[in-house]
Structure formats: structure tokens, C-alpha cells
Design a protein around this ligand. Sequence first.
Ligand SMILES: Cc1cc2nc3c(=O)[nH]c(=O)nc-3n(C[C@H](O)[C@H](O)[C@H](O)COP(=O)(O)OP(=O)(O)OC[C@H]3O[C@@H](n4cnc5c(N)ncnc54)[C@H](O)[C@@H]3O)c2cc1C
Ligand code: SF4
Length: 512
Amino acid sequence: MVMPPNNGTHIGFKAGRVWDPEFCAEADWVVVGTGAGGAVAALELARGGESVCMVEAGPWREPRDYPRSSYATMRDNMDGWGATIAMGRAMWPIVQASLVGGTTVVNSAIVVRTPGDIFDEWKRDHGFGGRALADDYWSAQDVIERELSVTATPQATMGRTNELAYKAGHALGMHDHDMHRNIDDCLGSGNCMQGCTNDRKRSANVTYIPEALAMGATLMSSAPVFQVRFERKRAAGVIGRFVHPRTRQKGRRFSVRARKGVIVAASATHSPALLMRSGVRHRAMGRYFRAHPGSGIFGIYDDPVDMNKGATQGWASTQFRTTKGLKLETLSIPLELVASRLSGAGHTLKRRLGAYRNLAMWVLAVRAEATGRVVRGPGGKPIVFYSATKSDMVRFREGAKLVAQMHFAAGAKAIVPGVYGIPYSLGPDELHKLDDIPPDPRVWTAIMSHIFGGCVMGTDPKRSVCTPDGAVRGYKQLYVMDASAIPSTLGVNPQHTIMAMARVQSRRILAG
Ligand SMILES: Cc1cc2nc3c(=O)[nH]c(=O)nc-3n(C[C@H](O)[C@H](O)[C@H](O)COP(=O)(O)OP(=O)(O)OC[C@H]3O[C@@H](n4cnc5c(N)ncnc54)[C@H](O)[C@@H]3O)c2cc1C
Ligand code: SF4
């Protein structure tokens, strides 16, 4: 059976054995992945009158069905149980989602415009960018902000952890960055990372994807694409096999024919792996993987902070973005994850967890200079090699000191740095002990949730897999429109830049 194009259907898991006939569909454009990049690309093409088939590895989940515990979030929403590890001097997890809407479902909804200096940097280092591109991105971001009801978190639902951070920031003369989020009347339940069960986050699965379906696009979920298919050097479709969203059992094979082309938007780890599995060769493939690794420092306060009440992230400062390569922000995490961050076991851990209500966690995110590499691992899955540099680790230490100063300025009686070799907690007059942190990534508990590169854009044919329009070099009608195409770190939260890039590039495709 071949699905007709332009029918607005959602096709979920289909059972079947490997020898059963494949499920076939057809559209002008096949978009692989429905996260920040894929959802925008699919919708823009559908708005332009093209028939589109979105093919997503993860399942469709309604907000009311998002899991409530961290364990179930890792199991149901995250890519590889949230356990994709960057291999390097330290083994830091790379966190991203795998469901319809991609990582926009589990992110904190922070929306930050692409800083102007990024376009200068791209122009200088990658041969494209400059003012004209900045204007294109910012116009796209005007539209995205309207469509996703980007607003400030309501004061009433800010929560004490964010209020304390504002107080500390003002006391230390730090500039707050304008914290806007794609939310509609956020209730401040502090659990953005599980997905917003209150349906207040305007993630792609409740905005752009339903609109694309309403415009006649097709969505296939629980449908990981294995390879892009080529006719000579033209991208002619994709093939894969359905995977059951709960049992993970393989189902029927599928193939989707693309009459006009294929857009790959499967994330900074999966897009290069998919292209490698498909036989796309380029010397820069998988290279220039970058990240904003981050780590949290707890403050222990005399009165309850109740970080689980209030916006997950309601305060940030980008004051040190260009000087120290740092972003500071609040981040609330659930009790189970706090338990994994406080060291110790048995009675010790129980006693430490007893302070949960009085803890606030604030984060330092480093605009790291390190570059890593995505390679094709067993079964074609991505493996990431990445090690932070010595100067990145000096930035970690600087960030820890700034966050610790903030906690004390807000009235914390102690901080818990969570760094190996440093005492469990430090009082206000022990801040100098943070100077003892060695520039070694192994002593930190860090994660990477903002990742870039692997199929970077640029004008140098040797150093960039894609042209500045996202077209994969050496192939026809094959584009990349997600974080993997971004050739640098940004120093700010990336979804707005990725969405703007996808919007600008799909409109260029429509314009021919
Ligand atoms: C916990 C967390 C919080 C964050 N908070 C923020 C924030 O507040 N603000 C912000 O700007 N950014 C935030 N980010 C980062 C931001 O969400 C990501 O940078 C952005 O979503 C990346 O977009 P993308 O299109 O590259 O990939 P994704 O959004 O990750 O989408 C990729 C999609 O492709 C699918 N896919 C992968 N492989 C295949 C395949 N083979 N076949 C089919 N589909 C496939 C995946 O399942 C996924 O749905 C956060 C990230 C995390 C993890
Ligand atoms: S803080 Fe709670 S209500 Fe607000 S967007 Fe996040 S999950 Fe939804």
C-alpha cells in the first residue's frame, strides 16, 4: 500500500516480520526527525503547498501521558534512556529526547535570539553569515516568538529558587538575561524535563506538528529511519523499520519515497550517523561536534526553597558569555536526580536528602572550545568522542566560583559543589577551596544538553558537510536542518537558532 500524499494522517507503530512486505508512503519531501529543526522545516514546506511526510524515531505522546518520574522519563522520552555517553577523558552523558517533537518536549522552553556576534563569527570562520543572514534569522525569530507565544515567566509562578537567583544577581551587579520562554501561562510546576503534563509548554508536538498535519502532512512515528536512499546522487527517500514504543520490538519495514528531496533533522548525534549509514562520504562528516557542558552547584538555605515549585528555569545571565565563555542559570531537578547528585549512600545520603526542601540548584554552562567527533558505532548507532580542554575546565572552575558567590549573596549557609576531591559542603568563608579544583573533567559531574555540529555548514568544501543553505555537498536534494549543521557553539540556548535556521532554509527551498 502506498499512502497518498497530503492526507494529514498520523501512522504509528506497525507490527510485522522482516519478510513481510514493507509499508510504503510517498511525498514531495521526507523530513527525518520532528524536533526543533525538523518540525519547523516540515511545517514551512507544508505551508508552501508541498506534500510532506515526517518520519520520527520516537512515539507520539499526549501531554497528559508524559511520565511523572525521572526513571520513566528516561525510559519513555529520552534517546537511549538518556544514557548516551560522550567517550573521552570524562564520560559525560549527552541528553536528548526521542519522541514526536524531539527535545523541544523535554526542554525548559527558554527562547533566546541568536546573538549578533555569532553571525560575525560564522562569517569570519565559516564563510557565511554577516548582517544579511542576521536579519533573516531575526525576522524568522519574530515570527517564531509570536507563533510559540514566547513570554516572560509569570512572576506569580517564578518560585523561590528563581527569586533567590534574581536577588543574588542584583546584589552582585550581574545582568540578568531576558528570560523568555515558549509557554502559555506556565504554572511553575518545575518539571519541564518530564514534558509539561499541564500542557503549558508550546513544544513542537503541540504546535508545529499538529499544524503541519492540519495542512495535509503525514507523520510516521515509532519509525526510526535506517538509511536515506539515493537514485544516483539524488536523495530519493528513506527506509527503516518500525519499533514498538514500549517493548522496543521491531515491527514492519517501511520505505518513504521522496519526489523532491529529503531533509535530515535527527539531531547532532543522529544526523551524522544516519548519513554515514546511508553511505554519504565527506571528510568533515561527524567532525566539529561541540557542546555547552554544564554542572550544577547546590546552595543550602535556612528556609525551604522548594525548587520543585516554580519555573524549571526562570533566571539566567549571559553577562559572561563572551568574556569567560559562561552562562549561569537556575535549574530545578526532581528529587531522584538530586539524590544522584548528592554523593554518599545509606544514612549519609538519607541525611543529605533530608535537606531537599532547602536546596536550590544553579548551573554553570560552559561555551566549550573543545571539538569532538561522531562516528558510526555498532548497528550504525552514533558514538561520540569528546574531551573538554584544559581551558574549558578552567571555565568550569570560574563558573563554579560565580555560582557559589551567588548562593552566598542570596543567603545560603553552605554550598554543595559536587566536585570530586573538594569537601562535600563549603561555608561562605571557604570559597577559596574551589581554587583547588584541578582542570580535569573527571572530577566533575556534568551533562551535555546543548550540542552542535557533525554535519556543519560552511563555504569551505573540505571543512563543511553542508553548504550555507544546508545542502549536503556532492548530493542532490539532500539537506540537513538541525543542530548538527550549526558550525559553532552559541553561548545561549539553541532551539531558537535551530528553528530560525530551518525556517530560513526551507523558505529558500520553496523559493527555488
Ligand atoms: C533537558 C534539556 C533542556 C533543554 N532546554 C533548552 C531550553 O530551555 N532552550 C533551548 O533553546 N534549548 C534547550 N535545550 C536544547 C534544545 O532542545 C535542542 O538544542 C534542540 O531541540 C535540538 O534540535 P534538533 O532539531 O537538532 O534535535 P531534536 O530536537 O533532538 O530532534 C531530533 C529528533 O530526531 C529524531 N530522530 C533521531 N534519529 C532518527 C532517525 N534515525 N529516524 C527518525 N527520527 C530520528 C529524534 O527522535 C528526535 O525527535 C535543552 C535540551 C535538553 C536535553
Ligand atoms: S514549569 Fe511546569 S507548567 Fe511551566 S512549562 Fe514547565 S512543566 Fe509546564
